[in-house]
Design a protein around this ligand. Structure first.
Ligand code: SAM
Length: 286
């Protein structure tokens, strides 16, 4: 790989190029972002869609490469994003339908794609106050689940998502797609279980774990006016003992019927809405 897609030009304006060849090295670099190894090597990830790219730029994410379909030429919003990307030092590629389809491996691809620099918040910067809520996910494996959790965390106004242990890559294309743009709005942190537990020692709020053996009904707790870390377990194994025993409370969502458990993202959604109950209303005023 040339590493070209991962090379921002510091301060200098970028360039606009037309690309029709699938063998173009920048296109090859962008396609390689399907693999975590190359995402990490280039410190980059791919986001699809004009709205997402506009949101990302507005939220201060660094764009490395903007790709747009020839058919989008003349669209004022696309032209504006292209100008903004060039000004930010990004490479702007106008590509054929064939190239776009090959990059996204989709038949009806979005007409705009952005390659962005990855961004994670260091664990030491996570500091909760008031009624702040963070979601902590233990070894989440499914990219669709992670994307859905990030989207839901955004929707309820949670302050961030903490990835504990060996989690699926938040910058995988499937995760980014499932976030529907919330990847750009919700701070993400990665931590080992040990680092999380030592951070937890200094945390003065409530660490609420969820567990199929939890003794407490999730509806019986008052979450208002205190910082809360909601800890969710791995899809197949649930929360391991060393994490479960360090929770202030282990909550259970009651179930009827034959299902053993709820899907992780569904359980997180139910929990987040309960934790944020007093903070949310239809008119935005609690
Ligand atoms: N076989 C796993 C187990 O024994 O824990 C099932 C894990 S479940 C699919 C994934 C996570 O979703 C759980 O670790 C928990 O955090 C949450 N979860 C799912 N259903 C739940 C319920 N009824 N009550 C509390 N948490 C639940």
């Amino acid at each position: 790989m040339s590493g070209y897609a991962g090379t921002p030009r510091s301060g200098a304006p970028g360039q606009v190029k037309e690309v029709t060849s699938l063998a173009n090295p920048v296109i090859k670099d962008i396609k390689s972002l399907a693999l975590k190894k190359f995402r990490d090597q280039q410190n980059a990830f791919l986001a699809e869609g004009l709205k997402l790219v506009i949101d990302a730029l507005e939220l201060g994410w660094t764009i490395k490469t903007l790709v747009f379909a020839k058919t989008a030429r003349g669209n004022p919003l696309v032209e504006k994003v292209a100008a903004r990307s060039v000004a930010a030092g990004a490479l702007v590629l106008e590509v054929s339908e064939k190239v776009l389809t090959s990059v996204t491996r989709k038949d009806n691809p979005q007409t705009v794609l952005g390659v962005f620099e990855q961004k994670l918040m260091p664990l030491r910067d996570v500091s909760l106050s008031g009624s702040d809520v963070w979601v902590a996910l233990d070894r989440i494996r499914d990219p669709g689940n992670l994307g859905t959790v990030i989207r839901t965390a955004d929707a309820v106004g949670a302050k961030g998502v903490l990835l504990v242990g060996d989690c699926v890559d938040p910058f995988a294309l499937e995760t980014v797609r499932a976030t529907m743009g919330s990847i750009f709005a919700v701070p993400l942190v990665k931590a080992s279980p040990d680092a999380f537990l030592s951070w937890r020692k200094a945390f003065k709020g409530l660490v609420a774990g969820t567990h199929l053996k939890g003794a407490v009904d999730y509806r019986s707790v008052d979450f208002a006016d205190k910082p809360v870390v909601l800890l969710m377990g791995n899809e197949s194994q649930g929360l391991p003992e060393p994490l479960a025993e360090r929770c202030d409370v282990l909550l259970r969502i009651p179930q009827a019927g034959r299902a053993d458990s709820l899907n992780l993202a569904v359980a997180t959604g139910i929990m987040l809405y309960e934790v944020r109950r007093s903070a949310l209303s239809l008119d935005g005023v609690p």
